[in-house]
Design a protein around this ligand. Structure first.
Ligand code: FRU
Length: 444
């Protein structure tokens, strides 16, 4: 098997063979980004949950490695996170290589949280304490899972964020630890919206690395912004959407990033077509990595997400158009067929502006201050009279970033393999400020 099947994503991660779902254990260590993932090593459908593993130097070109954590004692391995034990709190460090720890859910009723560690940069993992609990079952049976662990520098403690299932409100438990082995519950956060794969992460506000706030989000990417003191998360209780599309699920962010960025990847959860019906050797894919930042808007603090700049390594050739009318932009676009696309469009708009963008048979419409794609509405009100949209198109996905990432929409999509046509149209005179199309090379 290789990576060149008709529906194989060319710049999104998919497993060489078989099923994947949630990204797990995203962490950077010694020049490598690690992406572990919920994986069925035996079949093209969900089951036999194992941590698959891939590494990359740029979050764009991935190399799949042998599976990292396998089922044991009759339980499978559900989602979780990895972290670098920078201060050797676990005491397992060998030489100069920092220990990589992976906290996961041991999925055998009643579920508990367990840990594995690696002293060889993630090449092999040992179960900690034979895979026994680091956090025993808290009384919610199978509904407690997906531990997010991270080092909280100001309080010099490890924190774990754990979703537990109960009737509304849902619940998140927060634990602290000094040594990754003994964990103490320090607070609870109760909200209706919380559900699976919680991530709590510190983000910069308006591009200022000295001004930060915390973001808590769940698997379906609802979020709240607030303060976290190492123990308690407090917010103004305003719940917002981090993705408008139907296929962004169970995202998490890299621990131990080498720079100021916070980068997340989500599972682009799709139905089984066309992967199964077209007899693809794999099933499901990951989203393209996006940075996450907060931005002050008239409507309060909002999350902005944007494709990582490393995508530029895939740029092949480029069509670039500035300040022109719609018809001339449309003619040039039509003469520039492409398969893998990173397209940016900026146009002048008011309440009555309507515009259509065609991408390989997919149709995105702008009207009434929003982009419409399939059943999805992505808000994009003109800012100073201008609307912008960036779209990434791969063999099996379309990702929309409206207004510089203020509204993002992730779509698993069945693209016609041989359709390369791009187009733009409107019944009105629309001023195009900018249209840039990069054709992309395959990452494989
Ligand atoms: C989310 C999820 C997690 C669980 C994993 C099992 O998609 O249900 O809560 O750990 O998938 O594969």
């Amino acid at each position: 098997v290789g990576y060149d099947q008709a529906y194989r994503p060319q710049f999104h991660f998919s497993s060489l063979r078989n099923w994947l779902n949630d990204p797990n254990g995203m962490v950077y260590l010694d020049g490598e980004y690690h992406l572990f993932f919920q994986h069925n090593p035996l079949a093209n459908v969900w089951g036999n949950m194992t941590w698959g593993h891939a590494v990359s130097q740029d979050m764009v070109h991935w190399k799949q490695l042998p599976h990292a954590i396998l089922p044991y004692k009759g339980g499978t391995i559900f989602s979780g996170t990895a972290a670098v034990d920078v201060d050797n709190t676990l005491g397992m460090q060998q030489g100069d290589v920092k220990t990589l720890v992976a906290a996961f859910t041991f999925a055998k009723s009643p579920f508990y949280q367990a840990m594995a560690y690696s002293t060889d940069r993630g090449r092999t993992f040992e179960l900690w304490n034979e895979g026994k609990a680091i956090v025993p079952n808290q009384g919610y049976d199978a509904g407690e899972r997906d531990p997010k662990i991270f080092w909280h520098e100001p309080s010099k403690k490890w924190a774990m964020v754990l979703w537990v299932k109960q009737a509304k409100p849902g619940r998140v438990l927060i634990f602290n630890s000094d040594d990754l082995q003994r964990w103490t519950e320090v607070s609870q956060f109760d909200r209706d919206w919380v559900f699976e794969c919680m991530d709590l992460v510190e983000l910069s506000v308006d591009g200022d690395p000295t001004h930060k706030k915390w973001l808590l989000y769940d698997a379906s990417f609802e979020y709240e912004v607030g303060e976290f003191d190492g123990k308690t998360f407090t917010t103004d209780k305003k719940v917002q959407r981090g993705d408008y599309g139907p296929n962004y699920y169970a995202a998490q962010s890299f621990n131990n990033m080498p720079d100021d960025r916070c980068v997340s990847i989500g599972w682009m959860r799709g139905d089984n077509h066309p992967f199964l019906t077209e007899e693809m050797p794999f099933n499901q894919q990951m989203s393209f990595p996006t940075t996450m930042e907060l931005k002050t808007t008239a409507d309060g603090l909002k999350l902005i997400r944007w494709p990582v700049k490393e995508i530029e390594a895939l740029y092949d050739d480029t069509l670039s158009i500035e300040a022109t009318d719609l018809n001339s932009a449309a003619a040039k676009l039509q003469a520039y067929p492409a398969e893998l696309v990173d397209l940016s469009l900026e146009f002048e708009a008011d309440e009555s502006t309507e515009l259509l963008l065609y991408l390989r048979g997919e149709k995105i419409t702008y009207r009434e201050g929003a982009f419409h794609y399939g059943n999805t509405t992505v808000p994009a009100m003109p800012i100073d009279g201008v609307v912008s949209l960036r779209v990434l198109v791969d063999r099996a996905s379309v990702e929309l970033f409206a207004n510089q990432g203020l509204a993002v929409s992730t779509h698993y999509a069945v693209l016609e393999p041989f359709n390369r046509s791009l187009g733009l149209s409107s019944s009105q005179e629309v001023k195009i400020r900018k249209l840039v199309v990069h054709r992309l090379k395959s990452a494989w």
